[in-house]
Design a protein around this ligand. Structure first.
Ligand code: DGL
Length: 287
């Protein structure tokens, strides 16, 4: 494959709009980088699908981004990071790949006193136990509980992240943790899904004040900076970087729900629609 250049774009994908929280953090740290964000809205959610299906979808998304000659790939989707990161790394090499699981695990370990962690994520992510492995790689003695909270994805998509319905769901999923005696409670809760930062308030309330909420957006962005510096691949232009927002379906819905995740409003006209063809796998493999 052609060697990526420093003025190439960073490619980032998620199953939908949730990864815009990572994009937001990236743009804060790297305002001069060109970024292409791909949301695979046509196939959302990934979090209830089988590992084989998630791996296939992730390969399609990565293959599409590779055709844009990106210099670094960010897998902003926790489910895809948990299930497909290693295979993606092989396919797109030597383009570096940063996922969200390792940065999230590192953030939790650094903020925990008792190394007792709670991971809130999709069913596919928790079944894989990728966070448990990433945390134990840093702290073998850590206790890690992983809890699927699939309904939070739909609530965030609906824009109901902080109302009575979200509060009831958070109490149902998390109430028993709060009622444990202090010593048995985790001391960090990792938001191990792109959508969960939008429910941060109700999650924090349901868990109680002693549990620190950790999210991986800013630590993932910091990992991207570190990797670009290691490779001497930062864009040295003095101009602000260009942003392309691309989705596989529903520009109007993407704009409506995505603005809350990005923390900035944008309209359907700002979204390019694309189709991800299975031939993109072959493209990724051929690079
Ligand atoms: N992006 C997914 C994740 O972070 C959540 C949405 C989905 O299930 O596709 O796990």
């Amino acid at each position: 494959m052609s060697v990526a250049s420093a003025d190439g774009a960073i490619g980032i994908f998620d199953s939908g709009v949730g990864g815009l929280t990572v994009l937001h953090a990236l743009r804060d740290l790297l305002p001069r980088e060109h970024i292409i964000y791909l949301g695979d809205t046509a196939r959302l959610p990934y979090g209830t699908k089988s590992p084989e299906t998630v791996q296939r979808y992730a390969a399609h998304a990565a293959g599409w981004l590779m055709r844009q000659e990106i210099k670094l790939l960010v897998v902003a989707c926790n489910t895809a990071s948990a299930l497909a990161l290693e295979s993606l790394r092989e396919w797109v090499a030597p383009v570096p790949v940063i996922g969200v699981v390792d940065p999230g695990a590192a953030a939790a370990v650094s903020q925990s006193v008792r190394q007792h962690h709670l991971v809130l994520a999709t069913e596919a992510t928790t079944t894989q136990r990728a966070y448990t492995r990433a945390i134990r790689a840093l702290r073998p003695e850590a206790v890690v509980e992983e809890l699927p909270c699939s309904l939070f994805v739909a609530l965030a998509e609906e824009g109901w992240g902080d109302d009575a319905v979200a509060k009831a769901a958070a109490d149902k999923y998390l109430g028993t943790i709060r009622s444990r005696v202090s010593a048995d409670r985790p001391d960090t809760a990792i938001l191990g899904c792109t959508h969960f930062p939008l429910l941060r308030g109700v999650i924090a309330e349901a868990l109680g004040p002693e549990i620190v909420i950790v999210d991986s957006a800013s630590t993932t962005a910091a990992a991207v900076v570190t990797r670009l510096d290691e490779l001497n691949m930062r864009n040295s232009a003095q101009m602000p970087g260009r942003l392309r927002l691309v989705a596989t379906d529903g520009a109007a819905r993407f704009a409506r729900t995505g603005s809350a995740f990005l923390g900035q409003s944008f309209g359907p006209g700002d979204i390019e629609l694309t189709d991800i063809h299975p031939s993109d796998i072959a493209n990724a493999e051929a690079q």
